[in-house]
Design a binder for this molecule. Sequence first.
Ligand code: NDP
Ligand code: 8X3
Length: 251
Amino acid sequence: MNKIALVTGATSGIGQATARILAKNNYKIILCGRRKDRLEELKNELSEFTEAYTLSFDVRDKKAVFESIDSLPEAFSKIDVLINNAGNAHGLDSIQNGDLEDWDAMIDINVKGLLYVSKAIIPKMIEQKSGHIINIGSIAGKEVYPNGNVYCASKHAVDALNQAMRMDLNPYGIRVGAIHPGMVETEFSEVRFKGDIERAANVYKGIEALQPEDIADIIHFVVSRPYHVNIADLIVYPTAQASATILKRNN
Ligand code: NDP
Ligand code: 8X3
């Protein structure tokens, strides 16, 4: 029987690439995100390979999270793999100049949203006595960098929750692991800089950044290990990057 994967943030970047690779490898996919048009487009694209189901909700809205996941039809209700990927940075300001709405967005989406989705799915995995959760953290969850403050805090929380989930779910045979990417070229910087495309492009200037498919490939590798293997924590950089702040740029 085909396994079922639920991917949050499937409308773009890492989540979209992950949905594609898992679909091509015989997973049935539950595609989540706010942008319905993109979800439907991706569902149509993937129909060549697999069955997909779309759930459009904002991870900040806990009622919508629980209602959406509860509404899954029988054919999609046994979730084998959860990819907790939805998230973004909002702003890159010093702590003294930070925007409160940006702070709320990062804490509410990257931390609380991940918790709500996990809470809606974990009881099903406990009942099944199986499941695999992949939390997408960041190098920002391993290091703090100037002006990264609240985004780094949100991703440090993801790192902590990843460890906590692994401990608490150990008795139930549920695998939990995190992937912490460095610089990946997606819509991430456009969101961080609120649509300032030029500023976003500068982030990747002179760097061969990771592509979303690079991370998706690794996610597929992680979830396709034999059951007794749990890849718990991975940092993935582009070769040009050595830490959150050390980058070799070609000018
Ligand atoms: P993108 O901006 O390309 O994708 C972000 C995804 O998250 C979108 O599908 C978006 O969907 C979804 N999302 C954002 N806010 C919400 C919300 N409130 N409710 C539901 N879904 C939401 O960025 P990436 O693919 O790069 O980011 C994916 C993950 O990878 C994030 O957790 C990010 O922090 C992490 N990451 C990214 C790195 C990078 O350099 N790009 C490096 C390290 C980690 P929609 O807007 O349709 O709701
Ligand atoms: C995204 C990577 O370095 O911009 O999580 O924080 S970074």
